[in-house]
Ligand binder design. Structure first.
Ligand code: NAP
Length: 331
C-alpha cells in the first residue's frame, strides 16, 4: 500500500530558530480514493516565516502546515484530472489526498495554477501567496504615487523583493533594508533598488536614512517590526502610509508583536493579511505579476533546496536570512 510521509512538529519551538529534533517524519497509509478525491504527489514545498509565528499559538503535536504544489497522479475528481498541477495549503507532506475543499487555516481551496510555461515553483512564490501579499499590500495599503519614497524591510526576501520592484514600476524611489552585503548588492544590481542598506552593519540606521530621505518616507512596507521598524516609522512624512505585513524580528520572542508606532506626524498604519482580499482580487494580482515576470519587467528570484529531508534545515536557513528571494524545497 502507498504511504504518505509527513512532518509533525512534536516539540514546541523554544527559540526563534527551531531545532531539527522538534520535527518528526511519520508515515501514513494512503486509502483507496473515494468519489471527488484526488492524490497529489508534491513537487515543491514552501517554507515561510508564518510557520514560526503561528507556532506560538498552536499546541504540539501538529502537522506542519504550508503551501505546496504537486502533480495529480490518481483522481476521482473531474476538476482535477491526472497530470494537472495543484497548489494547496496541505503542509509538509510528500503525497496528499484532497477533495477540492478549503483548508482549515486560511480557507484556501486547492487550485490549478495559471503560470504558463514558467517554473512550477513560482506558483508558491512570486505567483502564489507571497506575490499576492506583496502586490496587494503595497498597492492597496501603501498606495504609492509617482515620485514618492518607498521603504521596505526584509527587502531581498520573497515578499520584499517584489514590493520594491513593483513600487519602482509605480515611479517611486525605493530604499531596501537587508541583512547582508550580498543582499544589498542583489537589491541594487538585480532588483534595481535605488538605495540598499545592510541593517546589521550600518552603525547609525537613523542618520543613514535621514541622509537618503531628508524630507521623510511616504510609504513603509514593514516585514520585520521591532527596532528597525520603529526607526523607519519615526522618519515618516505627514500622511505617510505603513503596511504592516509581518514582524519577523519579534517571532518567538514572547513579546507583544508591535508597540504603538512613534510617529511625530499623522501616519496611516494598517496591518493586513493576504486573506483579506477575495480570490478574484488575488487572481488579478497573480495575473499582473505573471505578465511582468514573463516580460522580464520584474525578477522572481528563488533559493531552491533539494530533498524532503531538507525541509527543517531550509526553514531555519530562511529564518536566519540565508536565502534570497523565495525559499522552496524541491521534493
Ligand atoms: N500579512 C501577510 O499576509 C503576510 C504574508 C506573507 C508573509 N508575511 C510576512 O512578511 C514578512 C516576509 O515574509 P517572506 O515570506 O517574504 O520571508 P523572507 O523575507 O523571504 O524571509 C525572511 C527574512 O527575514 C529576515 N529576518 C530574519 N530575522 C530578522 C530580524 N531579526 N530583523 C530583520 N529581518 C530579519 C531575513 O532576511 P535578512 O537577511 O534581510 O535579515 C530572512 O531572510 C514576514 O514577516 C512574514 O511573516 C505576511
Amino acid at each position: 500500500m502507498r504511504k504518505v510521509r509527513k512532518y509533525v512538529v512534536k516539540a514546541a519551538f523554544k527559540d526563534f530558530l527551531p531545532q531539527k529534533s522538534d520535527f518528526e517524519i511519520i508515515e501514513e497509509s494512503i486509502m483507496p480514493l473515494s468519489s471527488q478525491e484526488f492524490l497529489v504527489k508534491a513537487e515543491y514545498i514552501s517554507v515561510d516565516p508564518y510557520m514560526r509565528s503561528f507556532a506560538e499559538d498552536i499546541e504540539v503535536p501538529y502537522d506542519q502546515f504550508g503551501f505546496q504544489v504537486g502533480k495529480v497522479i490518481e483522481s476521482k475528481n473531474p476538476e482535477f484530472p491526472v497530470n494537472c498541477h495543484v497548489v494547496s495549503h496541505s503542509g509538509w507532506q510528500d503525497h496528499v489526498v484532497l477533495d477540492g475543499s478549503s483548508d482549515d487555516m486560511f480557507g484556501i481551496k486547492p487550485y490549478i495554477p495559471d503560470i504558463g510555461n514558467m517554473p512550477l515553483s513560482l506558483s508558491i512564490g512570486a505567483l502564489g501567496m507571497p506575490g499576492i501579499t506583496a502586490y496587494l499590500g503595497l498597492l492597496e495599503i501603501c498606495k504609492p504615487k509617482q515620485g514618492e519614497i518607498v521603504c521596505v524591510t526584509s527587502a531581498a526576501g520573497a515578499v520584499g523583493s517584489l514590493v520594491g520592484q513593483v513600487a519602482k514600476l509605480m515611479g517611486c524611489t525605493i530604499i531596501g533594508f537587508a541583512g547582508s552585503d550580498k543582499k544589498v548588492q542583489v537589491l541594487k544590481q538585480e532588483f534595481g533598488f535605488h538605495h540598499a542598506i545592510n541593517y546589521k552593519t550600518t552603525a547609525n540606521v537613523k542618520d543613514t536614512l535621514s541622509k537618503i530621505a531628508p524630507h521623510g518616507i511616504d510609504c513603509y512596507f514593514d516585514n520585520v517590526g521591532g527596532e528597525l521598524a520603529e526607526i523607519i516609522m519615526e522618519n515618516m512624512k505627514e500622511h505617510g502610509r505603513v503596511a504592516v505585513c509581518g514582524a519577523i524580528s519579534t517571532y518567538g520572542m514572547g513579546v507583544p508583536r508591535r508597540k504603538k508606532p512613534n510617529t511625530r506626524v499623522s501616519v496611516n498604519v494598517e496591518s493586513f493579511s493576504f486573506t483579506q482580499w477575495d480570490w478574484p482580487r488575488q487572481r488579478e494580482a497573480l495575473n499582473q505579476l505573471k505578465d511582468w515576470i514573463q516580460k522580464g519587467t520584474i525578477k522572481a528570484k528563488e533559493t531552491v533546496t533539494n530533498g524532503f529531508e531538507e525541509l527543517p534545515a531550509t526553514f531555519v536557513a530562511m529564518l536566519k536570512g540565508e536565502s534570497i528571494g523565495k525559499a522552496v524545497v524541491k521534493i
